[in-house]
Design a protein around this ligand. Structure first.
Ligand code: IPM
Ligand code: MG
Length: 400
């Protein structure tokens, strides 16, 4: 019995290794970087997702349509709503992303995506792979870029979460060798590490930031995290003007809540799972995970989304309209910047700061009594239109 189980596991492992080596070859070849300035139209796909996803995605789309009104009218920008990335449909076809949905997504240049429900064992759904994870892999969106800013506390963090490997890439490909033995796999490649770490250093250099922090657990997870750290330290040598330090994920989670130390961190680069965990912690300090957006950047495609899940409980309890759309609106700002509308992205972010962190005329609680997502989106749009937006934002900062 155990010989047979081991043989079966070996075969499984061999197949995984073949696939991963093929992926390495694809990474080595590289892909062309999309030049948005030469595209006409730039096609923005809107994928609502499920749970609160369609509710908050709709508000972010409304703001994008408002900010890109002229470009939409002139044909420079096209919006395309893509239906069908729901848990019901995914369960029906037993796939993380239904083929027809993926095909539509691939016809767009950038995607704004609402959260999607991730099944787990015991759910009424088949235990299929997360749609997020599948999309990141399918479109090779290797950099998950997550900003967290709390101006009042001088916190300005940018997380570069590796997005296509680590504990996630084979998260649905583990093996139950016997009834008692379960094995999962974690993968780190040179190419995968290099591209995310370089993206972090390039970001720091471009923005005049003099510190990049590499976060791993290389003292324990020696082979994969050890590789990530080693590559990080080597790349750091190419950027002598940027200080590079390394921390372990456990003490890093502690230091993020140390008011004296935390503001010293600026750019953090980390393998997938650590990035997942640390960014939820960071977002919570900013006002909740509902306030944080993220960019999933690849060379060809890019996808912008909230950092949180689909909150099916809010829908079940009839509270979906009270969900905070700010995560998706922040993601929309990152999308705008990515396709070349820096000025509008900045104004949108300033409006979000004013509405959510300074002025707070409306407060979202996630429940009746609090503002609705639509009211928040209207408030943000009114704020963007104020001619003295930038002065007000600077004043709030100075007083903070
Ligand atoms: C995130 C989310 C996803 C992840 C889930 C929904 C699969 O938590 O984007 O951080 O773990 O990456
Ligand atoms: Mg997460």
């Amino acid at each position: 019995m155990s010989d047979e189980a081991i043989e079966r596991a070996k075969e499984h492992f061999a197949k995984i290794l073949e696939e991963q080596l093929e992926r390495v070859e694809r990474m080595k070849k590289g892909e062309e970087l999309t030049d948005y300035s030469s595209l006409e139209p730039i096609i923005i796909g809107i994928v609502g997702g499920d749970g609160i996803g369609p509710f908050i995605a709709k508000e972010a789309q409304r703001i994008l349509a408002f900010l890109l009104e002229e470009e939409k009218a002139s044909g420079k920008i096209e919006f395309r709503v893509i239906e069908g990335l729901t848990i019901e449909k995914r369960a029906e076809v037993n796939k993380a992303i239904p083929d027809d949905v993926l095909e539509e997504i691939k016809k767009c240049h950038v995607i704004l995506k609402g959260p999607t429900t991730t099944p787990r064992r015991g759910d009424p759904w088949p235990n299929i792979e997360s749609a997020n994870v599948a999309m990141r892999k399918e479109l090779d969106l290797f950099a998950n870029v997550r900003p967290v800013r709390i101006p009042k506390e001088e916190i300005d963090w940018m997380f570069f979460r590796e997005n296509t490997e680590g504990a996630y890439v084979l998260g649905s490909c583990g093996i139950e060798v016997t009834e008692d033995l379960a094995v999962d796999f974690k993968v780190i490649t040179s190419q995968g590490s290099e591209r995310i770490i370089r993206a972090a250093f390039e970001y720091a250099e471009k923005n005049g930031i003099n510190r990049v922090t590499i976060v791993t657990k290389a003292n324990v997870v020696k082979t994969t995290d050890g590789k990530f750290l080693k590559i990080g330290q080597k790349i750091a040598e190419e950027y002598p003007e940027i200080e590079c330090d390394d921390w372990y994920i456990d003490i890093m989670t502690a230091k993020l809540i140390d008011p004296k130390r935390r503001k010293q961190f600026r750019v953090m680069v980390l393998p997938n799972l650590y990035g997942d965990i640390l960014t939820d912690e960071a977002a919570e300090m900013q006002g909740g995970v509902g306030t944080a957006g993220s960019a999933n950047i690849g060379k060809g495609y890019s996808m912008f989304e909230a950092i949180h899940g689909s909150a099916p409980r809010m829908v079940k309890e009839g509270r979906a309209q009270f969900a905070d759309p700010c995560s998706m609106i922040r993601a929309a700002a990152m999308l705008l910047r990515h396709i070349g509308y820096e000025e509008r992205a900045k104004r949108l972010e300033m409006a979000l700061d004013i509405c959510g962190q300074f002025e707070k005329k409306l407060v979202i609680t996630g429940r009746p009594g609090g503002a609705t997502g639509a009211e928040i989106a209207n408030y943000v749009m009114e704020t963007i239109q104020q001619p003295d937006l930038e002065e007000r934002w600077q004043k709030f900062h100075a007083e903070a």
